[in-house]
Design a protein around this ligand. Sequence first.
Ligand code: NI
Ligand code: MN
Length: 220
Amino acid sequence: MLTFNYYGHACFRLDDGKYKLLFDPFLTGNPQASIKPDDIETDYIFVTHAHADHVGDGYDILKRTGATAVGIPEITDFGGENVKSINMNLGGTLQLPFGFARMVQALHSAGIAGGVACGYVIGIGGKVIYFAGDTALFGDMKFIGERDQIDYAILPIGGHYTMDIVDAAKAVEILGAKNVIPVHYNTWDIIKQNPEEFKALVKNAKVHIVKPGGTLNLDA
Ligand code: NI
Ligand code: MN
């Protein structure tokens, strides 16, 4: 079974029953956090960019779990030589024990000198999952959806720093995603959104509103 565990804001984990992949592990200081950084188990940590609400507790979790960090070199090098990391960059695809990971563009600042923000296309458990990271809407999402049929798109909807519900609904259309999970909203008032309004805007895809601490079976 392929499971999506949502920990609040843009932090979630994919778990195929054998491998666990944690994304943007911002828990300390995250008002939505549904788990403590000391309680999380993972094999990989994917980071989309270096803003504090994405890198979060990554280094501490890497040190404790021995997990492997995946990201651009400017970010994965933050752990020094004490943690396992795989550097990659935009357009690259890694074949990993659980499946594949492709790094794709995101329209956002990097939060670190010389870096870029990114998203990921992940193949795991027979599904393709696109995590946009923090991004504005961009037309080349079309090519992401053309290369792989996206089963689940995990998109920010909070506005202010990222797409809002109108642009995120357009992103779903451009991507041709079958399902969508909104994230990066209601953590603070500045990114307040009503996910039900987002749901009403989305055509031709199923919207799954998962509360922090909630899980979703992606096999269904
Ligand atoms: Ni950001
Ligand atoms: Mn953010």
